[in-house]
Write a protein of this length. Sequence first.
Length: 179
Amino acid sequence: MKKLTTILLALMLTTAAAAQGFGQRPQGFGQMPQGFGQHGQKFSPEKFQADLEQYITKEACLTPQEAAKFFPIYKEMQAKQRTVYDRQRQLGWGKPADEKGCEKNIRQRDEYDLELKRIQQTYHNKFLSVISASKLYDVLGAEDRFHRQMLRGWNAQMRGFGQHGQRGKHNKQQQQQGK
């Protein structure tokens, strides 16, 4: 469930980040991959995917041959998951007006969660046909770490932007009000 939550958050942030550019991470957070809108550039989904693949390949010690077999299947899985995430997003975050609507929404969310788990299970079996179980285990860990790293970086960047989307302006206003 943690992985599902992490993936959902990463995809939602990816979508939100596509509308904004982000600067570099603050000191202590490591280097932010180049696809993350440094110096006012826009977020690049292609660069994000390339960075993810590079990170997974390195962390799981995939050979070029293994990576060539693994990543097309991985991208196929991501595409199927994305369709479910899109349907989840269509449910919206607003609370339905009545009990029946709330119950329907809850049941639909549960169905989407189960569908995501079925997709994941199906693709884990496909992955095991092209890489070893120990490498797949390492891939899954690397994927989680990559997404956590990105979320931490995005969260740090969002704290650096004020209410008006301008770095530091909100902080200066708060300091002036506190005087």
